[in-house]
Design a protein around this ligand. Structure first.
Ligand code: APR
Length: 175
């Protein structure tokens, strides 16, 4: 783990192993699970997470791109899972950048609402959803840094990179 500022650390590995108040899931609008980090979270967290997602969908309908919802974390060590929906990259003409920033921002706003002091993010949209990794890393870092400067309740944010390419990009951008 690299600590890069007082409040931001970089980790290479599996987000489901972290002991933090909340981990963020790169979900889709159905909240019904999928592959990638979404699959890993539901697999490791067990059926309680999906049951809560079903209740949210029944109550509120599908989660729009850029928005976020929260559930408990089942068998995971985290207390909560914040499920956010990143944009599918479509060439950059459909406000994908703004929507990705919103996914980070709305996750952080939920964290404040639930008194979450430590939160871990995966590299939202950079897998199946195809968002260019460097652009995504810049948006993630800028959005989180800006939010932290105005919200001291969040003491620690972890960027969790699963693949080597993202890890190297974040290392470079955060130094
Ligand atoms: N821990 C941390 N990061 C992970 C893990 C894990 N266990 N598994 C995968 N990743 C990383 C990938 O390397 C990628 O950088 O998460 C990042 C996001 O990739 P995806 O999980 O594919 O998410 P995304 O691109 O946002 O696409 C979302 O994928 O599975 C579906 O249901 C999900 O439909 C949604 C779509």
């Amino acid at each position: 783990m690299k600590t890069l500022t007082t409040h931001i650390s970089l980790i290479q590995g599996d987000i489901t192993h972290l002991e933090v108040d909340a981990i963020v899931n790169a979900a889709n609008s159905s909240l019904m699970g999928g592959g990638g980090v979404d699959g890993a979270i539901h697999r490791e967290g067990g059926p309680a997470i999906l049951a809560e997602c079903r209740e949210i969908i029944a109550r509120e309908g599908p989660c729009p791109t850029g928005q976020a919802v929260i559930t408990t974390a089942g068998n995971l060590m985290a207390k909560y899972v914040i499920h956010t929906v990143g944009p599918v990259w479509q060439g950059g003409k459909n406000d994908e950048e703004g929507l990705l920033a919103n996914a980070y921002l709305n996750s952080l706003k939920l964290a404040i609402k639930y008194d979450i002091a430590s939160i871990a993010f995966p590299n939202i949209s950079t897998g199946v959803y195809g968002f260019p990794k460097e652009k995504a890393a810049q948006i993630a870092i800028n959005t989180v840094s800006q939010f932290l400067s105005g919200h001291k309740q969040i003491h620690k944010v972890f960027f969790v990179c699963f693949d080597q390419e993202n890890y190297e990009l974040y290392s470079k951008l955060l130094e």
